[in-house]
Design a protein around this ligand. Structure first.
Ligand code: PLP
Length: 414
């Protein structure tokens, strides 16, 4: 029982280096966050040793009396947090949750209708190399070419034309709220299930700062590790009683074997924390930070440099920077920001003229910095650093020094 540094110094070094990176850089990948120590504790606990195939009280293994408590707490808290009648807390990840959802409500060959991947959709919503695009007949709706918003008339037209079994609402890169009631009306009109994948905005929903899809959708899936700020994993919710059994059996035995009980325990803690006032305050700072960033990146000097923001702003935790008019492409922007100490990811914009490995966009999110403690003043400073980095002839050294002031003032896992 030697410590990791003795058993495997190479991996111990990776852990140290990664902690250093997380401390020294400003994390602005929109899908990332920092979990509290309490969650790291469960994830690194003896619960990882336990097999618990099945569900609480109905396991295929002995010795589940304590992990049952953890899973029941996670289920009850998830239901309460989101006002849902049903929760399955076993999906190992968002993609696994989505595979289970689709297998519960559609049969191979059925048509599914989701947001086009290059317009902000997710791989699991029908991308051709993903299970969702291979097993199902995937069709897509696109954003409006002028406003870059999802136009519900376009969704309806696609739904009437393709008669999908499932309509998917949800995104990985879209800066506005969705109209869940309108999606449900279309689903009802064509006899489809409405599945909402709220992976990105679940934390905002939990805090009451974004409309909840739960009353409208037949089924809702999410990751737990983005705005929701819990362990890397997935969650399925529903309030449609006719689906509860199907969803459970789609997860186990349909998609997975033994659940990750150390992660499920950590999910329970994450849901508990998401009901606290601190969580709401953090989500408010997250949204305000994204708005501050969007305002700075649409200021006159940014626009003059060819920098803009898709849809002109944001209602959520991220901003989609549009660099089509800039000499700096998405990849260069990602690299420049890395040089000053800010981590983001390049992202295609709809109908991107540059290739997918280069792109004309950057996706920038504020959840991790809000968790780190940033408020309006700090987000104004970060927004200015980002804007200046993307403008011609940036003084990268001076900008890196400004980043260092922020990382020093807000220590991580101190
Ligand atoms: N759904 C959406 C909308 C996502 O953005 C993501 C992750 O990027 C996922 C599902 C998949 O989650 P995971 O990476 O945990 O499989």
């Amino acid at each position: 029982n030697e410590p990791l540094s003795v058993v495997d110094p190479e991996i111990a070094a990776v852990l140290e280096q990664e902690l250093g990176r997380q401390r020294d850089y400003l994390e602005m990948i929109a899908s990332e966050n920092f979990v509290p120590r309490a969650i790291l504790e469960s994830q690194g606990s003896v619960l990882t040793n336990k097999y618990a195939e099945g569900y609480p009280g109905r396991r295929y293994y002995g010795g589940c009396e304590f992990v049952d408590i953890a899973e029941n707490l996670a289920i009850e808290r998830a239901k309460k947090l989101f006002g849902a009648g049903f929760a399955n807390v076993q999906p190992h990840s968002g993609a696994q949750a989505n595979a289970a959802v689709l297998s519960a409500i559609a049969a191979p060959g059925d048509t599914i209708l989701g947001l086009e991947l290059s317009h902000g959709g997710h791989l699991t919503h029908g991308m051709k190399l993903n299970f969702s695009g291979k097993l199902y007949n995937a069709v897509a709706y696109e954003v409006d070419p002028e406003s870059y918003l999802i136009d519900m008339e376009v969704v309806r037209k696609q739904a009437l034309e393709h008669k999908p079994k499932v309509i998917i609402a949800g995104w990985s890169a879209y800066p506005r709220q969705l109209d869940f009631a309108a999606f449900r009306a279309i689903a009802d009109e064509v006899g489809a299930y409405l599945w909402v994948d709220m992976a990105h905005f679940a934390g905002l929903v939990a805090a009451g700062l974004h409309p909840s899809p739960v009353p409208h959708a037949h089924v809702v899936s999410t990751t737990v590790h983005k705005t929701l700020a819990g362990p890397r994993s997935g969650l399925i919710l529903s309030s449609d009683e006719s689906l509860y059994k199907k969803l459970n059996s789609a997860v186990f035995p349909g998609q997975q074997g033994g659940p990750l009980m150390h992660v499920i325990a950590a999910k329970a803690t994450a849901f508990k924390l998401a009901m606290e006032p601190e969580f709401k305050d953090r989500q408010e700072r997250t949204i305000r930070g994204a708005r501050i960033l969007a305002e700075r990146l649409t200021a006159d000097d940014a626009k003059a440099a060819g920098v803009d923001v898709l849809t002109g702003g944001t209602d959520v935790h991220l901003v989609l920077v549009d660099l089509r008019a800039s000499d700096v492409d998405g990849k260069q922007a990602e690299n420049l920001l890395h040089e000053v100490g800010i981590t983001v990811n390049r992202n295609s914009v709809p109908w991107d003229p540059r290739p997918p490995m280069t792109t004309s966009g950057v996706r920038i999110g504020t959840p991790a910095l809000a968790t780190r403690g940033f408020g309006d003043d700090e987000f104004r400073e970060v927004a200015d650093i980002i804007a200046l980095t993307l403008m011609p002839e940036p003084d990268l050294e001076a900008l890196a020094a400004r980043v260092k002031v922020l990382t020093t003032a807000f220590p991580l896992y101190a």
